[in-house]
Ligand binder design. Structure first.
Ligand code: PBG
Length: 325
């Protein structure tokens, strides 16, 4: 019965209206989050060579970009700060006068009602050694000492007006530690996005340029080994247990299997981060005329949605949102 010629599968593909009606996966502006970089001391935005079209913002250009994103219908912006001065503890991260917190307050005032203002909660942009935590006497990342820094950062970001904290440091216990710190100070409404399955990926390369990373070596003692799927799911289950409101898989395209499995394993929203290297690859190929830029961007985003992400962090968020309108 369900056989050719009685059944013709191509019937469902015969025209754009039919295809539109039967498409399983939607892609909407509200499902996109724009990551943005703001650099202390800049008066003009500075281009990032490995991410054509993406800039390090000044406070003024950041305000404009956030407003444009809101007007395009984007669901949120995720702020990353690049301080002028770095030290071993990452002091700029929890300083209310630090660039990320100042920018957060400015953006929250500007667009805080139109979209969800989000901040990256990690020390790597603020430390002079470039690691996501503080180091012990042997030069190793000290998990529990880092949690104290994260608690303080979380409070600084919440006070500045961040509505959602992106926990990207991959320290054990960070979600529970931060939730407790926030609740103790009355920030019950502040959302926690746990970067649960965050892999030690070569595709973060351009991001390191974007934040002028000081890192030598790698993050393999805290980020996941790309060969591990079950471990990614296990991390997500831990984070849900610790109070994560949303969990994330990162990078996206190379880890769609993990994304699907996490989606099936947890009851909270699942997001994915289409990272800097994914952006750079498509831009480079499109720049050479080797692929069609717009189709490739939209196909990559719908694929990430299809694999199970309710929302996607993507550097194309504002542009894609305008295409989707
Ligand atoms: C850590 C952080 C990184 C990214 C987002 N948050 C870098 C890293 O873990 O090395 C990478 C994002 C991207 O590549 O687009 N604060």
């Amino acid at each position: 019965m369900s056989r050719f010629p009685e059944t013709r599968l191509r019937r469902l593909r015969q025209s754009a209206p039919v295809r539109n009606l039967v498409r399983e996966t939607s892609l909407e502006a509200r499902q996109l989050v724009l990551p943005v970089f703001v650099r202390e001391g800049l008066t003009e935005p500075a281009p990032i060579g490995s991410m054509p079209g993406v800039v390090q913002h000044s406070l003024d250009s950041l305000r404009r970009a956030a407003t444009e994103a809101a007007e395009a219908g984007v669901g949120g912006v995720m702020l990353f700060g690049i301080p002028e001065v770095r030290d071993a503890e990452g002091s700029g991260a929890d300083d209310p006068a630090g660039i990320l917190n100042v920018a957060t307050a400015a953006i929250a005032a500007e667009v805080g009602e139109a979209l969800v203002v989000q901040t990256d909660l990690c020390l790597d942009e603020f430390t002079d050694h470039g690691h996501c935590g503080v180091l012990n006497a042997d030069g190793a990342v000290d998990n529990d000492a880092t949690l104290d820094r994260y608690r303080s950062m979380a409070l600084a970001q919440a006070r500045a007006g961040s509505q959602l904290l992106g926990l990207s440091g991959m320290m054990d216990g960070q979600t529970a530690a931060i939730r407790e710190a926030l609740d103790t100070e009355g920030f019950h409404h502040t959302l926690l996005l746990a970067y649960s399955a965050k892999y030690a990926s070569a595709f973060y390369g351009p991001f390191r340029e974007a934040v002028d990373s000081q890192l030598t070596g790698d993050r393999r003692t805290y980020q996941l080994d790309p060969g591990n799927r079950r471990e990614g799911v296990r991390e997500a289950l831990f984070d849900v247990d610790e109070g994560a409101d949303i969990v994330m898989v990162k990078p996206a395209l190379g880890f769609l299997d993990v994304l699907r499995e996490v989606r099936d394993a947890v009851d909270v929203p699942v997001w994915a981060y289409q990272v800097s290297g994914e952006y750079a690859m498509i831009e480079a190929a499109a720049g050479n005329g080797w692929i069609d830029r717009r189709s490739a961007v939209l196909e990559s985003l719908v694929s990430i949605r299809r694999a199970g992400a309710e929302a996607v962090l993507t550097y194309w968020a504002a542009e894609a949102a305008r295409w989707l309108r």
